[in-house]
Design a protein around this ligand. Structure first.
Ligand SMILES: [Zn+2]
Ligand SMILES: [Zn+2]
Length: 468
């Protein structure tokens, strides 16, 4: 079985609404989509995910007939888009509206879609699926996929990514509110709890912040976890690593096993996938691409850079967090901060926010691949970062983890109101008043990721994430 899913940015959703819902008659548009194909590690099924890159608005002349319940259009725009899509193996999504507020694919749609996708498959020498979308008067929409057999399959999940994070899936609102989450549902509604249970959430780095995130998410109702971390517990982790015990440190157990076993034992999560690897190693690719969103809890620059690219290429929001405590010689602190940064198309990337240092990436690469040479460099004074471990305090790593999880909860529920989202939040732990700051996030005008937006929804390509 193939699991079909669909991701669209809120800005494209808005554009599509404007285009399709212009009057009382049906209207059509075409979408160009990147693709993501991976094994979903929670089910073992293949997932085919469409990532909308572009909404092609069609002129009124493209339509031969428009009525409140029917639409017929010229095949020329579809021919042209298929030609464009073929070069990069993009998917095409054929969208139309049902302004009479009927959110389903009609028998007429079945016939029309089949004819259209026959044309698309005839033009493109690939077996990969294409998609169809129908939108009702309120802007809600349904998606289904067409493989080359021309049999439709409903999308199991639809994501709309913007300042809010919205998901849709069959059966939403039909399940009972579980008693375990009764008190939370009284705050946020049962639907939010249900949404959380549907999300596939990656946690990259299972140290102080990552283990706190895992604990908070499990108690909030997240049910599908992916934990990635190559490290093992040692005795110096016990001051902040939630769930870790002295015997875990003595046995040098993997952090993902300590955290994974613990959240499984709470008895709320359904499935915890663990990978004992660096996030940028090829074995993590499928699992990461199968996520709906990712918490970046790693303090290495290679890992942060990798997730930064993933967020744009695959339109998977990354909520990155970190704590920076730097004591100085005068008995004070140069910084005493926690940070939560949301990375996704439309937002400033972490390279432009100067959270990723190319020099540090070089050093980390050398340390990993050529430890002897790295040690020579370090002793010769070439390495920027000190060899000493950085300060870490459990209350602060846990506090910033709660800020990060609340950012997700707001994006799902809207509990902070219309302007409650925050792309980057800096918390000064050493302040009482004005402790939170919101940095502006200036973009480098040449940044291919967040300024030129070359890779929004680019999806699968060689080399992966266009980096070798
Ligand atoms: Zn229709
Ligand atoms: Zn950028």
């Amino acid at each position: 079985m193939v699991r079909y899913t669909f991701t669209m940015l809120a800005e494209h959703h808005q554009q599509l609404r404007r285009s399709l819902l212009r009057d009382e008659n049906e209207y059509g548009a075409l979408l160009l989509c990147g693709r993501s194909r991976q094994i979903d590690p929670w089910t073992g099924a293949v997932e085919e995910r469409a990532l909308v890159r572009e909404v092609v608005d069609l002129p009124a002349e493209a339509f031969l007939e428009r009525t409140p319940t029917s639409l017929s259009w010229s095949t020329t725009p579809l021919f042209n888009l298929a030609k464009k899509a073929m070069a990069k193996d993009f998917a095409i999504c054929i969208a139309h509206s049902h302004p009479g507020n009927s959110l389903f694919f009609s028998a007429w749609d079945d016939v029309a879609d089949k004819e259209s996708f026959e044309i698309v498959f005839g033009r493109m020498d690939t077996e990969r699926p294409h998609f169809a979308l129908v939108m009702d008067r309120s802007g809600e929409f349904l998606v289904r996929s067409y493989a080359s057999s021309l049999t439709p399959h409903n999308a199991e999940l639809v994501r709309v990514i913007g300042d809010r994070f919205q998901i849709r899936y069959p059966g939403r609102d039909r399940t009972a509110n579980p008693l375990e989450f009764d008190r939370q549902s009284r705050a946020f509604g049962a639907r939010s709890t249900e949404d959380l249970a549907h999300l596939r959430v990656g946690i990259v780095g299972c140290g102080g912040t990552g283990s706190a995130i895992a604990s908070l998410l499990a108690r909030s109702g997240v049910s599908h976890f992916l934990l990635i971390d190559p490290d093992r517990v040692d005795i110096t982790n016990l001051n902040r690593l939630h769930f870790a015990t002295r015997s875990d440190a003595i046995a040098r157990r993997h952090k993902v096993d300590v955290v994974g076993d613990a959240i499984a034992q709470i008895g709320l999560a359904r499935s915890v996938v663990r990978l004992k690897a660096h996030v940028d190693s090829p074995e993590c690719r499928d699992a990461l691409r199968a996520c709906d969103l990712v918490f970046g809890c790693t303090d290495d620059h290679l890992g942060r850079n990798y997730l930064n690219r993933l967020a744009y290429f695959y339109m998977i929001p990354v909520i990155d967090l970190g704590v920076l405590i730097e004591p100085n010689e005068r008995g004070g602190y140069d910084s005493f901060d926690g940070r939560v940064t949301v990375v996704q198309p439309g937002y400033t990337c972490q390279v432009c926010r100067q959270l990723i240092s190319p020099q540090k990436m070089l050093e980390e690469g050398m340390e990993r691949n050529d430890p002897v040479r790295y040690d020579q460099y370090r002793r010769a004074g070439y390495v920027v970062g000190g060899a000493d471990p950085s300060p870490a305090v459990v209350t602060l790593t846990t506090e910033i983890a709660a800020v990060a999880v609340n950012e997700l909860l707001h994006r799902l529920t809207g509990f902070r109101g219309a302007q409650g989202h925050c792309a980057e939040r800096l918390r000064r732990f050493d302040r009482i008043k004005d402790s939170d700051m919101v940095p502006g996030g200036k973009r480098n005008p040449d940044c291919p990721l967040c300024a030129l937006r070359k890779y929004d929804g680019r999806g699968d390509m060689t080399p992966f994430l266009n980096q070798s």
